[in-house]
Design a protein around this ligand. Structure first.
Ligand SMILES: N[C@@H](CCC(=O)N[C@@H](CS)C(=O)NCC(=O)O)C(=O)O
Length: 188
């Protein structure tokens, strides 16, 4: 396998890709891009990521950016290990739905509420959206019987919401899901 190089920084969207690589023991090199000191604006990094953000992933000579795209790339590359559903199956459809939901719909609500410093209504909006999506949670893991890429991303995103005070406590199946998947996440 050609080497994987992950460009990231702690407490960034690189957490999503980092957690995925860690949870499934995918060998890779990590390059820390120092967001606090302008490492992402340096010319050498702009050759990796054209608009200077993290994460990015280099696989051999190919570079892919955008955390959601990287997740799907890795999910296809390690299809068996990550229990990625085959294309054109209902489970694959659920995977696409959830990834887009988490990265666009839900993240937008979170980012806006943090920007407005209105965590109370942000948390309530998140609760409503997650409650609605529980109909798409197959169980015991999101896509059914196996711990997959989607469980890692849902866990990582919900852990981030917990960290910033936006996690809607007491909502099932999410509270149980977080407890059930904790060890599989291989937190440091
Ligand atoms: N949609 C992108 C967002 C990437 C992003 O905004 N990353 C932030 C860290 S969370 C960043 O690199 N910020 C540096 C900057 O905006 O200058 C993704 O999911 O990869």
């Amino acid at each position: 396998m050609e080497e994987l190089v992950h460009y990231t920084f702690p407490q960034s969207r690189g957490m999503r890709t980092e957690r995925l690589l860690k949870a499934f023991d995918i060998p890779h090199e990590t390059v820390l891009v120092d967001l606090e000191n302008g490492g992402h604006r340096k010319e050498e990094y702009l050759e990796i990521h054209p608009y200077g953000r993290v994460p990015a992933l280099k696989h051999g000579d190919m570079v892919i950016i955008e955390s959601g795209a990287i997740l799907m790339y890795l999910a296809d590359m390690f299809q068996e290990k990550m229990h990625t559903p085959a294309p054109e199956t209902p489970e694959r459809a659920r995977l696409y739905e959830w990834l887009m939901f988490l990265q666009s719909t839900l993240e937008q609500v979170a980012v806006e509420s943090l920007a407005k410093q209105d965590k109370t209504s942000g948390k309530e909006n998140i609760r409503e959206l997650l409650a609605a999506m529980s109909s798409r949670f197959i169980g015991p893991y999101v896509l059914g019987d196996h711990f997959s890429v989607l469980d890692v991303i849902l866990h990582t995103d919900l852990a981030w919401y917990k960290g910033v005070g936006l996690y809607p406590e007491g909502l099932e199946p999410y509270d149980s899901f977080m407890a059930r998947t904790h060890d599989q996440m291989k937190w440091d």
